[in-house]
Design a protein around this ligand. Structure first.
Ligand SMILES: Nc1ncnc2c1ncn2[C@@H]1O[C@H](COP(=O)(O)OP(=O)(O)OP(=O)(O)O)[C@@H](O)[C@H]1O
Ligand SMILES: [Mg+2]
Length: 222
């Protein structure tokens, strides 16, 4: 409830910033300030969303998903494009092979992939490429997100809520985050009856998301 109460006024703030920017045009001296308001709003909105999701997983049976027929290639591409749009310095490569169609909750998988790709950028080494690959086979699809950068210590409980690596400062101090991203991504994979695992060694980190093409157990399709 609180999440929704916070989101409405925040939405109004973001909308106002967008309207001012549009109305005043690129020569407006406050263009930068307004775009700062907007990007802070987007970040805050995401954090509120993560907190709402976290509360939901604690109250009930995980993340609710609605499966619809869709193409995972488009979902991956959107997440890749989103990172490139927000961070022009990011180098992201994307490769898709095989049949990537299935029954999924596109919005939720997009959210999980955005966090994985965002993590590769935030927590990976600057100037190194991020590789996203989606592969379809008989069992389902596998998406890997690979980056070069500091290795995640063995036993670091990164899939638990509010867990963040102390030794890894975010690229910019303005990027305050909660440490809920992987917890939620893992819950989204589980809701699809899939899995999310990490392999991190010798400065190479790969997250692997495995998804069956459709619900395996009948009850999970609701
Ligand atoms: N690709 C990666 N390389 C190195 N460390 C990583 C990587 N992805 C995640 N981590 C580590 O795992 C921690 C948890 O990740 P998670 O996505 O849950 O939280 P966050 O990115 O810190 O914050 P949030 O996603 O909530 O904005 C990170 O703080 C970081 O220490
Ligand atoms: Mg994250």
């Amino acid at each position: 409830v609180l999440g929704h109460d916070l989101r409405n006024p925040l939405g109004a703030i973001m909308m106002s910033a967008t309207m001012m920017m549009r109305k005043e045009g690129p020569d407006w001296p406050h263009q930068r300030t307004a775009s700062q308001i907007l990007s802070s709003g987007v970040r805050m909105d995401r954090m509120i969303g993560d907190l709402v999701d976290f509360t939901r997983t604690r109250l009930g049976k995980g993340i609710p998903i609605i499966r619809k027929h869709g193409d995972l290639e488009a979902i991956c591409r959107d997440a890749v494009d989103e990172l490139a749009a927000f961070h022009p310095d990011a180098i992201v490569r994307f490769e898709a092979t095989g049949d990537l169609s299935g029954e999924w909750d596109g919005g939720r998988l997009g959210q999980a992939l955005s966090n994985l790709i965002g993590n590769a950028y935030e927590h990976g080494a600057s100037g190194e490429a991020i590789d996203v690959a989606a592969r379809g086979d008989n069992d389902g699809v596998i998406v890997t997100v690979h980056n070069i950068g500091p290795t995640i210590p063995k036993g670091a409980d990164i899939f638990s809520p509010f867990r963040q690596g102390e030794s890894l400062p975010a690229k910019s101090r303005a990027t305050r985050s909660l440490g809920l991203g992987l917890y939620i991504a893992h819950a989204i994979a589980a809701a699809h009856e899939g899995s999310l695992v990490v392999d991190s060694a010798n400065n190479h980190t790969t997250f692997t998301l495995r998804l069956p093409r459709r619900a395996v157990t009948p009850a999970a399709s609701e």
